[in-house]
Write a protein that binds this ligand. Structure first.
Ligand code: NAD
Length: 304
């Protein structure tokens, strides 16, 4: 199949591109390298260094004629979204509307969309969080990712666009940016390998759903054929505390520097994990990489 991946030079996108290439597909990438890196984009995929809003994107659709589009290009930082809600909406909401429109105009068979299970629901009424939980984002980022979902649903109703929405929990793994404001596994790994002290927000007992990026990539391979017009949580279904992550990374890196405890993050949801039985039942997808194995693979990839 011919697959166009937007954001394919980013952290998660690059793993999806790799999985598609391994499965024998013809892959093109659109990425403006805002946070992505040319070196992330696997060899074998054609990288177009283009903004999804640029005219050039229309030409790429027309020339490549993709069967499938996997849309990951996004402003992926909650902090940036809070600082500039209009920019965030333009990239994530407007950008997704544009990609969905181009899919319709170019007869794309399916649009796969990377949504955010950690932010579209907002504060959970109960755990684990199912797909039918109310959608009440508490950040501009969560809102703009939801706007993207809603535009895809609209294009389905108006024009019959076929889609699969995958709502990922917190991803970790190789190529995650250790200098970002999110991604505690990457940040701690980077610091430990550099001999620097890690800061744990609050008491560190807050638990989130951390999923290894390879499991996300596999869900995106399955979504090429399955999950028509469905929305699926993609997570582990379990909460792992920041303290557990810290200890696992210390054991793996050999670092022994005690952590510094900073103030808790204002507005952060304390405990959050996703219910994933819908993906198990309809996509036959389950997470396969145990947490410790994911940590081992991540640390190995971060070593100089
Ligand atoms: P990332 O920043 O590494 O990837 C985003 C990519 O999009 C980057 O390569 C960036 O250069 C590119 N991009 C940004 N704006 C663009 C534009 N206007 N035109 C073209 N390319 C553009 O982030 P990531 O963590 O790999 O996230 C990938 C996707 O997954 C995003 O859609 C994000 O919202 C979603 N997501 C991520 C997580 C997570 O835990 N990292 C969880 C849920 C959902």
């Amino acid at each position: 199949m011919k697959i166009l991946v937007t954001g394919g030079a980013g952290f998660i996108g690059s793993h999806i591109v790799e999985a598609y290439l391994v499965a024998g597909h013809d892959v093109a990438v659109i990425d403006n390298l805002a946070t992505g890196r040319r070196a992330n984009c696997p060899e074998g995929a054609r990288l177009h260094e283009v903004d999804i809003h640029a005219r050039e994107t229309e030409r790429i659709f027309a020339d490549f004629r993709p069967d499938i589009v996997n849309h990951l290009a996004a402003q992926a930082s909650v902090k940036v979204s809070t600082g500039d809600i209009v920019f965030d909406l333009e990239v994530n909401g407007g950008g997704t509307a544009r990609i969905a429109d181009l899919c319709v105009k170019n007869g794309v068979k399916k649009l796969i969309y990377a949504s955010s299970g950690g932010t579209v629901y907002g504060n959970p009424d109960s755990l684990p969080v199912r797909e039918d939980h109310p959608l009440r984002p508490v950040s501009p980022y969560g809102m703009s990712k939801l706007v993207g979902e809603q535009y895809i649903g609209l294009m389905h109703r108006l024009h019959g666009l076929q889609y699969t929405v995958l709502r990922y929990s917190n991803a970790f793994g190789p190529r995650q940016d250790p200098n970002g404001e999110a991604g505690v596994v990457a940040i701690f790994t980077g610091k430990m390998l550099a001999g620097e002290q890690c800061t744990i927000d609050g008491d560190g007992d807050q638990r989130k759903d951390y999923i290894y990026v390879g499991d996300i990539a596999r869900a995106n391979v399955i979504a090429l054929e399955a999950g028509a017009n469905g929305t699926y949580n993609i997570g582990t279904g379990e909460g792992t505390s920041v303290n557990t992550i810290f200890k696992a990374l210390q054991a793996e890196t050999g670092d022994a520097t005690p952590a510094h405890h900073g103030p808790p993050r204002i507005g952060d949801v304390r405990d959050f994990w996703l219910e994933t039985s819908h993906a198990a039942a309809e996509l036959n997808w389950r997470p396969e990489v145990p947490f410790e194995e994911g940590i081992r693979l991540t640390v190995a990839s971060f070593r100089p």
